[in-house]
Design a protein around this ligand. Sequence first.
Ligand code: GDP
Ligand code: MN
Length: 335
Amino acid sequence: MPFSKLTPKRHSLPLFQVEVLRARRKPKAALISLVRNSELEGIEQSMRHLETRFNHKYNYPWIFFNDVPFDDTFKARTQNLTNAECFYATVPESHWSLPKWIDESRFISSLEYLGAIGVGKGWMISYRHMCRWNSGFFYKHPILDDYDWYWRVEPDVHFFCDVDYDPFAFMEENNLKYGFNMNILDDARSFPSMWRQTQEFMSEYPEFIHPEADFSWIIDHKNDGEYNNCQFFSNFEIGSLDFFRSKTYNTYFDYIDRKGGFYYERFGDAPLHTLAVVLFLSKRETHFFRDIGYQHDINKQCPANLLNKCSCEPTDLDENFYKLVMVRWRMARKR
Ligand code: GDP
Ligand code: MN
């Protein structure tokens, strides 16, 4: 039953009962995916997994984004995999093009250089736009205006375990802002200036830093306080759109964007989101979704304690990986 039908007249119930009903309201959330028409089979595979493991019980809408319009086959075949509503959004050109302050010849040199030294996808123009879009634009698309929460899904990923609760409601009820389930170390050659620029931002805008910000797990203590390149693997994210819409986050994004690192280097949305989460949130507002078994390319995590709910085999590697994440990520409170 939609919440509106459950909503009592303001004066007809004691306030605490109104609060109980309000708490049961379904979160305004969507499964979002930036994907190409050519990645239809990959997104079908991701959708099958997520629908089977989670969404067939909750029917959160799917919202697909593309820099060019989706074709009819893409629309028909994705809609065919879910009872939930699907929406298809085209990214405005202004969100997917070279900003006017970028020096084109410096950009082209960077494509050539990163390509030549073998930084992954370092030569691809579209990859630069994609990383910038995931950093500073996905939450600006008007199709998300009415939503509070997103779960980011990529083509060709795997979800191994039944998710028999609603992670969006979990986020909402626990005042969480950012959920992840893997940490990686990325190729530092793709963002050599990001940490220095972030430090400059911090000295210019100290008022934006969260009083409980914990830098300890991203600092390389042996190397003069440099960034250790540890980052949330952002192809999986369950997050608050209001966090990304905030003045704080956007001041940071604009500051970094103006310096051109999405094009002069190959800044990823993963390190950028990570640094923003570290700077602007308390650890209490972040959550490690260890129970959502997941794989993206060669990176995989299979929870060890949920055997009969998962179709993956936990290995020593998973245990070690888990310990590593926990060492890096000392949780601020038990849940
Ligand atoms: P990686 O995971 O860092 O290797 O990056 P991917 O190549 O998987 O790209 C990340 C996400 O962006 C995936 O969901 C891709 O489908 C999507 N993506 C990347 N480039 C483009 C593009 O040019 N157009 C569209 N529509 N999606 C893209
Ligand atoms: Mn990917």
